[in-house]
Design a binder for this molecule. Structure first.
Ligand code: F6P
Length: 373
């Protein structure tokens, strides 16, 4: 087995609450149990693409002092990036042409120059896919740790960050109930989640929404307007509708913000505004919309995410120490285990409307999804 002495750790993709607890656990367990040197790599693969990259700290060897007092801090002390995919990196040619290039060889050379024996990559589906590609191209000693508010990674019951984001969205929906109720209004609240509707589904249920619109269930306006009317007729003059940023009408597309930028993901924009406008065309009521946006990604991690992040970090150290690479740590029931990275990145974990209990539960208590007859 490889003798492990120097381990790199990075956080990639969109930040979320719980990243710092993972970093803290890796540094503590790695140093205390194994005497490793642990290098914090700045801004995901940026720190390996360019060893002189320093924003704001640069790559650095982490001590327990660096991770003291960060358990309850949102964000990531290492910085992150969702534009540093070394297999699709945006470059500008001498003639000014912009294109996506494969610069993995540079990453591998820098990884070797730093003398790293292994890498712990904390990230979402994009980061796990990059980790798997690195393994396939010869940078084999990688263990993944699944984070994302979207909860869309397969093979793990939960990613950390999701619970905190749902809590933020639920609290926002609670507040919107108060003001919607006072003014007899319909309020449409947009949550994140990309192609997965998990945040909308969980926060919608926890926050007592009357309709929940998710990307996995394209909607029509008629059932939503019917729900609003039924509520009014039964003495509830206000309604709360939770909509995922990537939800789409049956007769339309997702609301996106222009063309995807090179080296970046497609951005979503306008789902709530569009929906509010379409409802207003059907019913004579005051309608408002609110976009929660990046508020869902900030703030102190929930107790659940602090514990999950700590368990994930400690497990990642165990897998590295055993030379059990090519794995992603995962929550299965109440156990934290290692699963093959290749399996985790095979497909996204999306809501399966006919199978997911929560959808049935919501339908059975009268919440509409916009696909009703
Ligand atoms: O994947 C996490 C996420 O917050 C998505 O829910 C959202 O679509 C995206 O990141 C936003 O990314 P950015 O930070 O680049 O705006």
């Amino acid at each position: 087995m490889t003798s492990i002495k120097k381990v790199g750790i990075m956080t990639g993709g969109g930040d979320c609450p719980g990243l710092n607890p993972v970093i803290r656990a890796v540094v503590r367990a790695g140093i205390r149990k194994h005497g490793w040197e642990i290098m914090g790599i700045e801004d995901a693969f940026q720190g390996l693409i360019d060893l002189d990259y320093c924003s704001p700290h640069g790559n650095r060897w982490l001590t327990e002092a660096h991770v003291s007092g960060i358990l309850d801090r949102g964000g990531t002390i290492l910085g992150t990036s969702n534009r540093s995919d070394p297999f699709k990196f945006a470059v500008t040619d001498p003639d000014g042409t912009r294109r996506e290039a494969d610069i993995f060889d540079q990453v591998l050379a820098n990884y070797e120059a730093l003398g790293l024996d292994a890498l712990i990559s904390i990230g979402g589906d994009g980061s796990m896919r990059i980790a798997q590609q690195c393994i396939e191209r010869g940078m084999t000693n990688i263990v993944g740790v699944p984070k994302t508010i979207d909860n869309d990674l397969r093979c793990t019951d939960y990613t950390f960050g999701f619970n905190s984001a749902v809590q933020v969205a639920t609290e926002a929906i609670d507040r919107l109930h108060d003001t919607a109720c006072s003014h007899d209004r319909v309020i449409v609240v947009e949550v994140m989640g990309r192609d997965a509707g998990w945040i909308a589904l969980h926060a919608g249920l926890a926050g007592g929404a009357h309709a929940i619109l998710v990307p996995e269930i394209p909607y029509r306006i008629a059932p939503i307007v019917r729900k609003i009317r039924e509520r009014r007729e039964s003495g509830n003059p206000y309604s709360i509708i939770v909509v995922s940023e990537a939800a789409r009408p049956q007769d339309g597309e997702q609301s996106t913000l222009g063309e995807r930028e090179l080296g970046a993901m497609q951005r979503f924009f306008g789902a709530a505004g569009r929906l509010a406008h379409r409802i207003s065309e059907e019913i004579d009521l005051q309608i408002r919309h609110t976009v929660l946006g990046h508020i869902q990604r900030g703030g102190s991690p929930s107790a659940f995410d602090r514990i999950l992040g700590t368990r994930f970090g400690e497990k990642a150290v165990e897998l590295v120490s055993r030379g059990d690479f090519g794995k992603m740590v995962a929550l299965r029931g109440t156990s934290v285990v290692g699963v093959p990275l290749a399996e985790a990145v095979d497909a996204q974990k999306l809501i399966v409307p006919d199978h997911d209990d929560l959808v049935q539960t919501a339908r059975n208590i009268g919440i509409v999804f916009g696909d009703e007859d």
